[in-house]
Design a binder for this molecule. Structure first.
Ligand SMILES: Cc1ncc(COP(=O)(O)O)c(C=O)c1O
Length: 392
């Protein structure tokens, strides 16, 4: 591993930390039941609502990873045996369904091909079969991190409305929030789930949810056992700015500053920047003559791009070589994509030059493996796109 220069952490989360966030966390620990911490929480919660684009939703924070937030969404709203429809388009969307099965909910999986998005018709067809309305929740993913596909969450909402189905709409936005548009109120989301280590520009360690009034109502009758992830004491204590147990005080300082950064840039500009950088990467992949895992351009994620290597070349070898020899960490192919695809993360605190350096590192890595393509073609295609859209 080269010992000089920076490490390019271009996995699809955890992301590179902005310096301001890093500095904000370089603090002595404070009393988590004291006034200073309470003021911090009270400053954070309203701005989190802005990030979720909600007025009526309630943000809830746990010291956990995204998986903890998944669990929290289910155990607070469901009872053992309740029906759940999981829309699976990759490793993470299917993973939430596996977690639901582990909790003994009655899980049906709508399995769509890896690389595809979600259509209203496919979801509607499944909901229409549920004449007895046994599904109490529909789980969908905003951004599938294993395939680099973004779901049209509005289409899932539309399918529920068309079927007049009362199930709660639960959205995993672990790798979507604060990278690509999500509108909690407008899209009729009941529970949105995320983690701190992606668009929120923080280290791992916070599971963050936003819950609707309908989800809070469901909580009142939900019988699933819960304690650590119970929303009720959390929401009650949060009113005074404190937590029922020890919160991640250091990350809360970081979150305060990360929210400043997001608000200073403005969410619309954050989304536009992600789109522009992602498009640069997509043009590079095309110039290399390679295929993305995302099957349709309209579903391609602005958060990450999963790329197939040609037959006969091992993506895990590429990833090991760029990491060990070039200080460039890329994401591995997951599940059936292991060894066949690699993932380029282009989310969070990123700019054009970092994307170009990343693409240049991928090119060096692919040449080291003798993958056939024209050296510099991807970097040039991305540069051309950045020039065309400069200042726009
Ligand atoms: C979309 C998505 N959902 C869920 C998870 C699981 O989150 P965590 O690893 O923070 O538990 C991840 C992790 O990368 C993810 O990308």
């Amino acid at each position: 591993m080269p010992s000089t220069g920076r490490m390019f952490l271009q996995i699809p989360g955890p992301t590179n930390l902005p310096e301001r966030v890093q500095r904000a966390m370089d603090m002595a620990l404070i009393n988590h039941r004291g006034e200073e911490f309470a003021d911090l929480t009270k400053k954070i919660l309203p701005r989190l609502k802005q990030v979720f684009r909600t007025e009526k939703g309630t943000p809830v924070l746990f010291p956990s990873s995204g998986t903890g937030a998944w669990e929290s969404a289910l155990v607070n709203t469901l009872s053992p045996g309740d029906g759940v429809l999981c829309i699976a388009i990759g490793e993470f969307s299917a993973g939430w369904g596996r977690l639901a099965k582990a909790h003994k909910y009655d899980v049906d999986v709508l399995e769509l091909p890896w690389g595809s998005g979600v259509t209203e018709d496919a979801v509607h067809a499944k909901l229409a079969q549920d004449a007895g309305k046994k599904y109490k929740a529909v789980l969908t993913i905003h951004n599938e991190t294993s395939t680099g596909v973004t779901t049209d969450v509005r289409a899932v909402r539309a399918a529920l409305d068309r079927a007049r189905h009362p199930a709660l709409l639960m959205v995993d936005t672990v790798s979507g929030l604060a990278c690509t548009d999500l509108r909690f109120d407008e899209w009729g989301i009941d529970v949105a789930v995320t983690g701190s280590q992606k668009g929120l520009l923080l280290p791992p360690g916070l599971g963050v949810l936003c819950v609707s009034e309908k989800a809070l109502k469901a909580m009142e009758s939900a019988q699933s056992p819960r304690y650590y992830f119970d929303w009720a004491p959390m929401i009650e204590k949060n009113r005074a700015g404190i937590f029922p147990y020890t919160p991640v005080t250091t990350l809360m300082y970081g979150l305060d500053t990360a929210l400043d950064l997001l608000m200073e840039e403005g969410l619309e500009r954050v989304f536009k920047r992600h789109h522009r950088l992602a498009e640069g990467v997509r043009r590079a992949v095309k110039a290399w003559g390679l295929k993305t895992v995302a099957l349709q351009p309209q579903d391609a994620s602005n958060v990450l791009t999963a790329v197939y290597l040609p037959e006969g070349y091992n993506a895990d070898t590429l990833i090991a070589r760029t990491e060990n020899e070039l200080n460039l960490a890329l994401g591995a192919g997951l599940g059936p994509l292991a060894g066949r695809a690699f993932r380029i993360g282009h989310l969070g605190w990123m700019n054009e030059l970092e994307v170009l350096a990343t693409l240049s590192g991928v090119e060096l890595g692919m040449k080291l493996l003798n993958v056939p393509f024209t050296l510099g073609s991807g970097v040039t295609a991305a540069q051309q796109w950045f020039l065309e859209t400069h200042g726009k």
